[in-house]
Design a binder for this molecule. Structure first.
Ligand code: P6P
Length: 282
């Protein structure tokens, strides 16, 4: 596992350089979710694929930018599922973006996630890494090296509210719940980039990130294997909770297809409790 984490550290600085130098235009291809691919999406995906091609413990990789599973090392133990550059369309307006990694052992489902990591490309490059039974660790990147900055622990209650999805397509009870948090004094913190939005809540003491089921996306938008489940481990290990709209732990999801999505809620205990109440799933 250590060489996977070391590889993720190397990837961080290569993608950071690509963000600084690559053309921000669109490629002439789509990803498997039918979304137009930026040249940066393709470039970041290639950087990660090449990096793990040298790591013999990695049996296969699954990328948001690719259709299926890419076998790398038949005797490898782990499958790495990743979103190479989440929120990449924010690069051309100079907002933070990120890479997300889920490291699985065995069948690709929540209970087989053994570790996860994400990289934030912002004013600084930062990295968070977690395994089961440990607090998430925050690292700061500088001159191609990472320095451990400390553990991440969520407060029981926060005051940030990152409410995703098109509001006109929310259910009435979701809208009522989100509005109730604002009435309690929560502050809206939503950039449209899952990685910086979840990172901010983790580091600023807590709150709620929600991407619910909506009329246009009844199964949510965020992908289970390489977005939702990896962040669920980070939030739970930080002392928070991560559930879907039925109150099920996101770490218990069993996707039937690598690109399955799920409604998702990540947050401090108080906010998730309040959501369960509002959704009638207590
Ligand atoms: P919306 C970026 O495209 C992304 O996949 C996540 O990073 C982000 O949380 C979400 O979509 C934003 O979606 O519908 O709120 O613009």
């Amino acid at each position: 596992m250590l060489n996977i984490f070391d590889t993720i550290k190397e990837i961080a600085f290569k993608i950071e350089r690509a963000i600084q130098t690559e053309d921000l235009g669109y490629s002439d291809s789509e990803n498997s979710s039918g979304e137009d691919q930026l040249k940066l999406d393709v470039q970041s995906d290639l950087i990660i694929e090449k990096a793990f091609a040298n790591v013999t413990s990695v049996k296969a990789i699954v990328s948001e930018e690719k259709e299926g599973i890419l076998e790398l090392h038949p005797n490898g133990e782990y499958t790495v599922c990743y979103d190479p550059l989440d929120g990449s369309s924010l690069v051309d307006v100079n907002l933070s973006v990120g890479s997300i990694f889920g490291i699985y052992k065995g069948e690709l489902k929540g209970e087989n996630l053994v570790a996860s990591a994400y990289i934030v490309y912002g004013p600084r490059v930062e990295l968070v890494y977690v395994e089961r039974d440990m607090r998430p660790l925050l690292y700061g990147g500088n001159e191609n090296r990472f320095r451990k900055l400390g553990e991440i622990v969520l407060n029981k209650k926060g005051n940030l509210n990152a409410s995703g999805g098109t509001q006109k397509n929310w259910t009435t009870y979701h809208k009522k719940f989100i509005d109730s948090l604002f009435q309690e004094g929560y502050r809206l913190r939503y950039s449209g980039g899952m990685v910086p939005d979840l990172h901010q809540i983790l580091l600023k003491g807590g709150g709620l990130f929600s991407y619910p089921a909506t009329t246009d996306r009844p199964d949510g938008k965020l992908r289970q294997l390489f977005e939702v489940i990896p962040f669920a481990l980070i939030y739970e290990q930080a002392g928070g909770e991560a559930i879907n709209d039925k109150g099920e732990r996101l770490l218990e999801l069993v996707p039937s297809h690598p690109h399955d999505t799920s409604p998702c809620f990540f947050g401090s205990v108080y906010e998730i409790d309040a959501l369960k109440e509002a959704y009638g799933i207590k």
